[in-house]
Design a protein around this ligand. Sequence first.
Ligand SMILES: [Zn+2]
Length: 354
Amino acid sequence: MSIVRTPTRVVALAAAVLLALAIAVPVSAEPTSVPGGPYAPEAQGEPNRSSNLSFEEIEEELLHLEQRSRGALDVEQVGTSGEGRPLYTAKIGDGDTRMWIQGRIHGDEPYGAEASLELLKRLIAGGGNAGDVLEEITFMVVPIYNPDGSEEYQRGDVVEGIDLNRDWVDFQATESRAFWYAWQDFRPHYAIDIHHQGMNHQGAYYEGDSNRMSTFSVGISLSEDSLDGDHRYDAIRQMGVVAAEAAGKRGNVNPTRYFPIDIPEGVVSAMLLGSPGPEGEDPDWETAGMFFESRGGIDQKSRGYLIGQNTDALWGVIDAVAADELDDVDPDAYWDIPPRGAAITPSDKFPQEY
Ligand SMILES: [Zn+2]
């Protein structure tokens, strides 16, 4: 009997270990130098969500802005999330150059939504050069790509349980299908995807080998090999250069360059590659797309500048595109942006968790 039982037990044990592993593996496939994420360690309590907008608040603000804009801003529902929430795009501008900006594809990375709304507010208010910008550029803004995941404060979507930023090949999730068609219809020349490189108590990094904290990174989601020969390779590096420069004007941001990744199934990657749609459609379009990453350590105190560094960086790109100056930027200056350094752990200089 024992001869029979032993292998059965071993198999059962192996199955239990596999199950535990399957549960423990986060939805994220994005490399991170912080083990154990994306959840805040228990000792540090629940993530502080009081400083983040809820889906309802974002929706309300969006519809309010549309009303206030007297026809300038066109908010459209392009689909429905897995759990039935509206998926919105917000379009503004009359320019021939088209720019796509999206936030909160990862539900636990909040400020892409806030930064998107701040941008819309400024465009609608019409201060500074907003009027000129809207003559040059038409924007399609997606403040909240993943409303269900955002409400659960989790990275992936809720119904499929996948990372939506890895779904522009298989299109498992309804969000991916809706936004692919919106993208293909809009045919943007440029795209920026706004993330956080950590959650509440994680995700602050040094600027290169220095002892300075970097709170903002710019990144490209395809490898040099994947992009070799792509004429948009220059544009995305030029976007990174002007975005980092603009964000760096704010004190203590110390912009860095995100470490190399290669995720062809990611949204801005698929935009860059002109990847086929949900039914295998040829989009007949490619977009110069890159991403921003803000540090974690999200709380009421850091809220203002974490959102502000994103809007600064967005305006860096917007101003360069509107003035037709992006092409003048040396794409190789991208490599002069300091690389993102090691993760910051509590020390004399940074006594708290970030
Ligand atoms: Zn993210």
